[in-house]
Write a protein of this length. Sequence first.
Length: 210
Amino acid sequence: MSKTFSIDVSERAQLGSANSRRMRRDGLVPVVVYGHGQAATSLSISASLLGELLHHPGLVEMNSEDGGKKLTILKAAQRHPISNEVLHLDFLEVKMDELITSEVRVVAEGEAAGIRHGGQLEQVLFELQIKCLPGEMPEAIKVDVSGIELDASLHVRDLVLPEGVTAVSDGALVVFQVRAPKAEASAETAAEAAEGEEEAAEDKESKEKK
């Protein structure tokens, strides 16, 4: 279960792109909170919170200047297409007794069996979409990869998830796989191709003799 990240927020009296640019120059980030059929709330937070906030997968408690609190999760971060600067954040207000859908990191644990046979572990899926109650949101999905043999894969449907957590991502998606090193695979492919060319040449020569 992930910890709740607590942040201070301020209401935005002025909206619009010009005001948002001015806020970012002052070290603030525009924020909008949606949820439960209510009108969206426009807020701002300190840009100094971004580093920790963007890597926090769980609940975010927003504390306003008037003493009000909102329990939320981060849903989207809008970035500048060139500088990658965070321009805007969207949050969803949640209730502790309502299921939510979110994305969490996938982390490998252990050493895959196929590595002992010369294979390499490849992670294909880095974030898993899950559904659970807000209080059961894990910080990450830890996956035991020790049973993956050479040329084998582990799919979403194979994951052992924490109690109360279900996967929303397609069960057929590959999460981890163990493959032979690319150099070896390329050498094998080249050898097979050369062998095929040699056989073709021999067949051609045989037909010409006839």
